[in-house]
Design a protein around this ligand. Structure first.
Ligand code: PLP
Length: 485
């Protein structure tokens, strides 16, 4: 990748640390290394830094600084909110309400509590990803301990009607938690106007460091700790504080407070440029999520007859980073739980890609990404196993030891005019010695492709044949076995 243009369009996965954030953190790895619990001056300097950071985090969401508990990130904040409130009310209340499109930090916490005897209602969403506040109202029972609904979805960017839901929940005096990991620092967030009692946020989504986050807990909310140890964070989160991380999170929140409005305009303009460019120049595309109630920086699109993973790999070869809405499970490509909840047909969902933009992206980068997508989508549709699965009986996969081998193979096969698709190695045949990239091609070409790569001195780990009993997308029926060593 050395010397190649690199464009990062995956800011919902993580963001680079802002230079001002890094600068603010550095002294806390050096001369200001004290433990905030120590009463000497080293400790007190660190304690002062914690207080200042707490103030900056609380200001960004219009909370009081005493209502912020630092955690190791969004996942821990979600766990503490849901488990903490559920355990504090255990015995009297055993029901939790959430949605089917939450992040796994919420879904798996609820799943764990189900095993412990709690009952969980997973609310549906409409085809744009919106939760209906009336559904929330109907799901509430006398046993409801907590309601947890994400502020905006990380895959499609749809913003939920939290204010309205907050009013419904407030009438019933039930603690209301929102996972705001994707919204804090991206759009204005005010805990009072949203009517929420608990809110999770994370540093690495807002140009802060990884491994730090916070939970806002409204004064008076009953909550139990989930970690036991010292008396840190008002007895709610034991463990010596991650002082450099907390300072970084504070700085990231300060920058977000300062730049939020201009940043939103910048991101929305570029997101629209990307969306319009793709829609104008590539056919059979659809945008997933809500068209107006959405975050300014996320664009999720499905490309018909193309799978998301090969598209991501091909983009990566051109230096562009984005995310696929599907993932390899143990025996098949599966669309995400979010795509399933939206009711998007599997063949369309498998072709979904999330682009998430950030402050450092430029107009030139967006245009480069559009050109690359036009070229890659055209190429993938030409050779798509989905497109001509009906004609083809079987398909082969070549795996490589190293990514550069795959790149060389791609180059020489292209020159020779052979049809293939860049893909990820199917989980059934991945081995520790094998790189993650594979080439897919028709088995009729197997000997020609194998011989040609050998002639060109491209090192191949193996060639495998995929057997299908049926045409795609019945991918669960695929079986793999080694064919040539
Ligand atoms: N919640 C949402 C909506 C997220 O998008 C993420 C991360 O992707 C998390 C929670 C988890 O945050 P963290 O990576 O800080 O643990």
């Amino acid at each position: 990748m050395a010397g190649m243009k690199r464009i990062y369009l995956d800011h919902s996965a993580t963001t680079p640390v802002h230079s001002e954030v890094l600068e603010a953190m550095l002294p806390y790895f050096g001369e200001l290394f004290g433990n905030p619990s120590s009463i000497h001056s080293f400790g007190q300097d660190a304690k002062k830094a914690l207080d200042e950071a707490r103030d900056k985090v609380s200001s960004l969401i219009n909370a009081d600084l005493s209502e912020i508990v630092f955690t190791s990130g969004g996942t821990e904040a979600d766990n503490l909110a849901i488990m903490g409130v559920a355990y504090a009310r255990e015995g009297k209340k055993n029901h939790i309400i959430t949605t089917s499109i939450e992040h796994h930090a919420v879904l798996n916490t609820c799943g764990y509590l189900e095993k412990k005897g709690f009952e969980v209602t997973y609310l549906p969403v409409d085809r744009y990803g919106l939760v209906d506040p009336d559904d929330v109202k109907r799901a509430i029972t006398a046993k409801t301990a907590i309601i947890s609904i994400m502020h905006a979805n990380n895959e499609i960017g749809t913003i939920e009607p939290i204010e309205e839901i907050g009013r419904v929940v407030g009438e019933n005096d039930i603690p209301f938690h929102i996972d705001a990991v994707q919204t804090v620092g991206k759009i204005p967030v005010d805990v009072d106007s949203l009517n929420v009692d608990l809110l999770s946020l994370s540093g690495h989504k807002i140009y802060g460091p990884k491994g730090i986050g916070a939970l806002y807990i409204r004064k008076g909310t009953r909550i139990a700790p989930i970690l036991y140890g010292g008396h840190h964070e008002r007895d709610l989160r034991a463990g010596t504080e991650n002082v450099p991380g907390i300072v970084g999170l504070g700085k990231a929140c300060e920058i977000a407070s300062r730049d939020l409005m201009s940043e939103m305009d910048h991101l929305r303009n570029f997101r629209d440029r990307l969306e319009n460019g793709i829609m104008d120049r590539i056919d059979r595309i659809r945008v997933n999520g809500h068209l107006s109630q959405r975050l300014p920086h996320i664009l999720n699109v499905s490309f018909e007859n193309i799978e998301g993973e090969p598209l991501i790999l091909n983009l990566d070869m051109k230096g562009i980073a984005a995310s696929a809405g599907s993932a390899c499970t143990s025996d098949a490509m599966e669309s995400s739980h979010v795509m399933k909840a939206l009711g998007i047909p599997p063949d369309i969902a498998l072709g979904s890609v999330r682009f998430s933009l950030g402050r450092e992206n430029t107009e030139e980068e967006i245009d480069y990404a559009i050109d690359a997508l036009v070229e890659i989508a055209g190429h993938l549709r030409d050779v798509s196993p989905l497109a001509d699965a009906i004609e083809r009986k079987s398909e082969c996969v070549i795996t490589f030891y190293e990514v550069p081998d795959a790149l060389r193979a791609e180059k020489v096969l292209k020159r020779k005019g052979l049809k293939f698709t860049l893909s990820s190695v199917p989980p059934q045949i991945s081995r520790p010695s094998c790189c993650g990239v594979a080439l897919l091609f028709g088995c009729e070409d197997r000997v020609e492709v194998g011989d040609f790569l050998k002639e060109q001195d491209v090192e191949v780990e193996g060639i495998y044949q995929l057997e299908r009993n049926n045409v795609l997308p019945e991918r669960k029926k695929r079986r793999f076995w080694p064919f040539v060593g």
